[in-house]
Structures are given as C-alpha cells and as structure tokens.
Design a protein around this ligand. Structure first.
Ligand SMILES: NC(=O)c1ccc[n+]([C@@H]2O[C@H](COP(=O)([O-])OP(=O)(O)OC[C@H]3O[C@@H](n4cnc5c(N)ncnc54)[C@H](O)[C@@H]3O)[C@@H](O)[C@H]2O)c1
Length: 315
C-alpha cells in the first residue's frame, strides 16, 4: 500500500511515518510512503520517498498524488501562532493547500482515505464545561477558522464520494520534545520539558485554566486508527473529537513535581501573557468523547502517564 503524508518532517509527521512503517498498528503492510514537506523528511527508510515543496503549489500537489495512493494523512499546516501573525500564509496553506490536495485526490480512480488533522481550536466563544459533539463552531483565531473551513471541505468531498475522509480534531499534544514551536500552545510542553532539562520556563496562562491535551504516543495510535477505521463505522459523520485529558496548568505542575522533583517545579513561574491566555482561554476545557471512545480511539490514563512517557522517551 502507498501512503502520502503531508507535513512529514514535522513532529507528528515523523512519528506517524515511523509508526506506520513499524507496522505496529492495524494499517496493512506499507510498500511506499511519500513524505511531503517544505524540508526533507529526516526519517531514514528505503520505503520513504521524500518530496520537498509547498502544498500551496498545485503543481507540487499534483506531482505527489497519483493513482497508487490509497491513503493521505494531511498534517501539513501553518500553526496557531504563525497563522495569527501571517494571515495570508495561513489562508494559503491551511485552506487553499487543503483544497488543492482534495482536488488532486478527487481525480484519482479510487477515492483515497484522507485523514485530516484538525484541532479543537475550531471551537470558541462561550463554551460549556464539556463541549458536546454537536457544538456549533465559533473559532476565535485565524488558525481555528482556517481548520474549520478545511473540515467542511473534507466532509463535503467525503459526502460527494470524491474521497473517504476522516477529520481528527487533535487535542494539544504534550509533551513535545525539542525547541518551542510557533503554536500558541507551545508552553503546554515547555512547562514540563524545560524544567526537566534544568532550564527555567514561564506559564503564560492562569494556573487554573484547563487544557485539553493528549500524549504523542496516544495521538499517533489514534491517527493510525483513523487510517484503518471502516467508513461505515462513522455513519456519515466523518468528524471525530479525539480523546484527550482535561488538566489545569497547576495539575501539570503537580505532576512535574511528583515525577521530576520539587527543584524542577521551582523552575516554572506563572506570568500571564494576555495574548496567549486570550487565545488559549477560548479553547475547550473538555470535550464529550463518548463517540470517539465507542469508535475505538484511545485515551491517556492520566497526566502522570503523559509526563512519564516524555521522561522515558528522553532517556
Ligand atoms: N501538535 C499539536 O499539539 C497539534 C494539536 C492540534 C492539531 N495539530 C495538527 O497536527 C498537524 C501536525 O502538527 P505538528 O505538531 O506535527 O506540527 P509541526 O509544525 O511540527 O509540523 C507541521 C509540518 O508541516 C510542514 N508545512 C508547513 N507548511 C507547509 C507547506 N506549505 N507545505 C508543506 N509542508 C508544510 C512544516 O514544515 C512542518 O514540518 C498540523 O496540521 C496541526 O495543525 C497539532
């Protein structure tokens, strides 16, 4: 089977490709992965064909989507901070890039399974403590608005039978290794990762603000599950709120102290940044995930399991 992964050089792209090639999930044997990104995909495997270009370029997209592609995992995106700072770029990549990719898929002989990584930032405005499945979308950021539009494109192309789409609304993924990124939610990983590495970190939102998070291992298992999930199981509703955990920054720091010690906790200070708190505060604190659990998606056990996963991976 041949799979196309966009955003292949990114955090989730690299991990998804590695996991798909290891064959640990329920996806069939892969013969070929087309790994598309602005930069070469660093994962080394003879089955990977790294393609460098922008998904905003229709010629590039047409060149990477061919009749052998059975599955597309569309992860390439301009993230929340950059979409807010560079409006035109976010619109071009997150909306027009997705549209061009779907158009290329529409021309294929067989509608491919398209897994689209959306975000809980599509929600916004006054939200109940637990956001229900049928909550109206009122995004409060350019990123959230662009992803909401792209969700509609994926669901419409699915309804028309041009593709076989699954939209996965991904919670904030933590703990992300490496350097901070351009996502407004970057601090969610930073307040665990930096103190464990012996450096100081700032929590820019009030400590009681709740966040909807998932660990890298669980989100990758869930994206793989979306690749192999039978369309009939979705019952014509291709949007899935992936399971997450509702935790406050204070609970994350308590976990940091339990697993990393008091000295690690002492490296984090709270200094509210109104720009970041303003955006993050519009995201759901928790989402009703009864449907996604019934569909077989998985959930992290608790915040300690999330932090422990990062500590073990680092070692
Ligand atoms: N990590 C999270 O917390 C999180 C949460 C919700 C949703 N998501 C979604 O998951 C996906 C992957 O996120 P990630 O954390 O791996 O982000 P990332 O920034 O690490 O990876 C995104 C990749 O997309 C590539 N890219 C950007 N513009 C491109 C373009 N024009 N053409 C081709 N490639 C381009 C980047 O070079 C990067 O390698 C994104 O769609 C993101 O919106 C992530």
């Amino acid at each position: 089977m041949k799979i196309l992964v966009t955003g292949a050089a990114g955090f989730l792209g690299q991990r998804l490709i590695t996991s798909l090639l290891a064959g640990s999930g329920r996806v069939g044997r892969l013969t070929h992965v087309v790994a598309a990104d602005l930069v070469p995909c660093p994962v080394a495997d003879p089955r990977i064909e790294s393609r460098v270009g922008t998904i905003a370029d229709r010629h590039f997209v047409d060149a990477i989507v061919d009749d052998e592609v059975a599955v597309v995992c569309h992860l390439a995106a301009v993230l929340s901070g950059q979409s807010e700072a560079e409006f035109d770029l976010g619109m071009r990549v997150n909306i027009e890039g997705t549209y061009g990719l779907l158009e290329a898929c529409r021309r294929l002989a067989h509608p491919p399974r398209v897994v689209f990584s959306s975000t809980t930032a599509v929600f916004g405005g006054p939200l109940p403590k637990v956001v229900p499945e049928d909550m109206a979308l009122l995004p409060q950021s350019s990123y959230g608005a662009e992803k909401a539009i792209a969700e509609h494109l994926v669901t419409e192309y699915t309804r028309r039978g041009f593709i076989d789409g699954v939209v996965c609304r991904v919670p904030t993924v933590a703990v992300r290794p490496g350097a901070p990124n351009s996502a407004v939610s970057s601090f969610v990983s930073g307040i665990i990762r930096e103190p464990l590495a012996g450096t100081e970190s700032v929590c820019p939102v009030p400590l009681d603000m709740r966040l909807w998070i998932t660990s890298p291992d669980v989100v990758i298992a869930n994206l793989e599950h979306a690749v192999s999930l039978p369309a009939a199981a979705l019952g014509g509703r291709p949007i899935v709120n992936l399971p997450g955990l509702s935790v406050s920054s204070a609970e994350m720091l308590d976990s940091l102290e339990r697993l990393g010690g008091a000295q690690a906790r002492a490296r984090v200070r709270c200094e509210v940044d109104p720009r970041i708190a303003g955006i993050v505060g519009t995201w759901p604190e928790a989402i009703d995930i009864s449907r996604s659990l019934a569909l077989g998606f998985s959930q992290d056990r608790d915040i300690d399991a999330v932090v422990q996963q990062f500590i073990e991976r680092k070692a």
